[in-house]
Design a binder for this molecule. Structure first.
Ligand SMILES: C[S@@+](CC[C@H](N)C(=O)[O-])C[C@H]1O[C@@H](n2cnc3c(N)ncnc32)[C@H](O)[C@@H]1O
Length: 242
């Protein structure tokens, strides 16, 4: 896998190849109904300042007028709704039909008409090259193993216009000089209201290490402009396509 350039790694017409990662298999928590999504939404709002995070992400994107934005892993659609006021069009994709239904219902209730909700993921979204001024993905990339994160980020770079920005927010673990065991025990204990969710995330999902994430972003052809860390494991990377 070489760096540089912005071509996608593979031709999506070959997407039925047996070596290909199936991103529609659910890794981590699955939501079977909109009622379960509503509970998830409420829990997230207790542990995160979602509106504040979304306003910050919009600032980082530095969008031009009439911007086109892609959000991958939109979940309940909160970011897509926030950014829609500054956009000509937002494409909001997710692999979960239940999430998409929940998100599109809220957008309809709020009379927001410029968001297109589509079932797709990092690996199978049929994006055009150089199409988006901004791409955002929050707490979704960790659903892919690192090999497939590399493919996803290369795709994202190809879909961005030159000068366009990716804001990637995700869980990235770093035990620094401590042991992994001490670190995980400490962060799970400090996260009391959601500790079992965090423990399951560590055990079952594909969050990676900071030096791997920065390598993946750079090798995809992106320039990392900033990397902000909170809660010891939540990173927000702002990257620009040269
Ligand atoms: C933890 S939620 C985060 C939702 C929202 N972005 C946020 O920050 O609150 C992760 C979302 O990513 C979606 N997802 C998982 N794997 C995906 C993939 N390969 N491509 C796109 N979305 C994916 C899930 O269905 C879920 O809606």
């Amino acid at each position: 896998m070489g760096g540089g350039g912005a071509q996608p790694y593979f031709d999506r017409r070959n997407s039925k190849m047996e070596w290909q990662w199936n991103e529609f298999q659910q890794i981590g928590t699955d939501y079977a109904s909109e009622a379960e999504v509503a509970v998830y939404d409420q829990r997230m709002r207790q542990v995160r300042d979602i509106d504040g995070e979304n306003r910050h992400i919009v600032d980082l994107l530095q969008l031009p007028e009439n911007a086109a934005v892609l959000e991958i892993g939109t979940g309940t659609g909160a970011f897509a709704r926030t950014v829609s006021a500054q956009c000509r069009q937002v494409i909001a994709v997710d692999i979960s039909p239940v999430m998409l239904q929940y998100a599109s219902n809220i957008a309809r209730q709020e009379d927001i008409c410029n968001i297109v909700f589509t079932q797709a993921g990092f690996l199978n979204f049929n994006g055009e090259e150089n199409a988006f001024d901004g791409i955002v993905t929050g707490l979704a990339l960790h659903h892919l193993p690192d090999l497939w994160k590399a493919v996803a980020l290369r795709n994202i770079c190809s879909w961005l216009k030159p000068g366009g920005r990716l804001v990637l927010q995700d869980v990235v673990f770093d035990w620094k000089t401590d042991t992994a065991e001490n670190y995980f025990t400490r962060i799970v204990a400090s996260f009391d209201s959601s500790s079992s969710h965090l423990a399951r995330h560590i055990a079952q999902e594909y969050s990676t290490l900071p030096w791997i994430m920065t390598g993946l972003l750079e090798r995809a052809g992106l320039i990392i402009e900033s990397d902000q860390e909170s809660h010891e494991f939540l990173h927000c990377y702002c990257c620009r396509k040269p």
